[in-house]
Design a protein. Structure first.
Length: 124
């Protein structure tokens, strides 16, 4: 059963302003996300924007928004073939369990100056 669904759109330009601010990046992104994005080289800012959209979409899917969530606790990872997935830590994992979630589906896309993410949370 679908427990929640969230979507978010982020301006790539907004992420471009964050790109050279290490303190800001570490505030919102898990260390592994930052490392993965840096390895993308030309698509790094697009990837960063899509990951940020996924974090916001997760809060919307919970129905709580970002209240009581630490954004670094929502980590976007990619499988060996590039499929995006979510790993939750700390505050995000606790909120997911309170919501009685069991499965998270994530899709992300970006085009020129916008990035979009959609999250669906399933549970009993």
């Amino acid at each position: 059963m679908i427990l929640g669904m969230g979507i978010d759109i982020v301006s790539v330009e907004r992420m471009r302003h964050w790109w050279n601010n290490e303190k800001l990046l570490r505030r919102f992104f898990h260390d592994d996300e930052i490392e993965a994005v840096h390895h993308r080289k030309s698509g790094s800012i697009l990837s960063l924007a899509a990951r940020f959209a996924a974090k916001e979409a997760f809060g919307k899917a919970l129905g709580t928004g970002m209240r009581d969530l630490v954004l670094r606790d929502i980590q976007v990872v990619n499988s060996h073939n590039g499929k995006p997935d979510i790993q939750l830590h700390g505050t995000a994992l606790e909120a997911f369990h309170r919501h009685r979630g069991q499965t998270i589906h994530l899709t992300m896309t970006h085009e020129h100056d916008m990035a979009v993410a959609l999250i669906v949370i399933e549970g009993d």
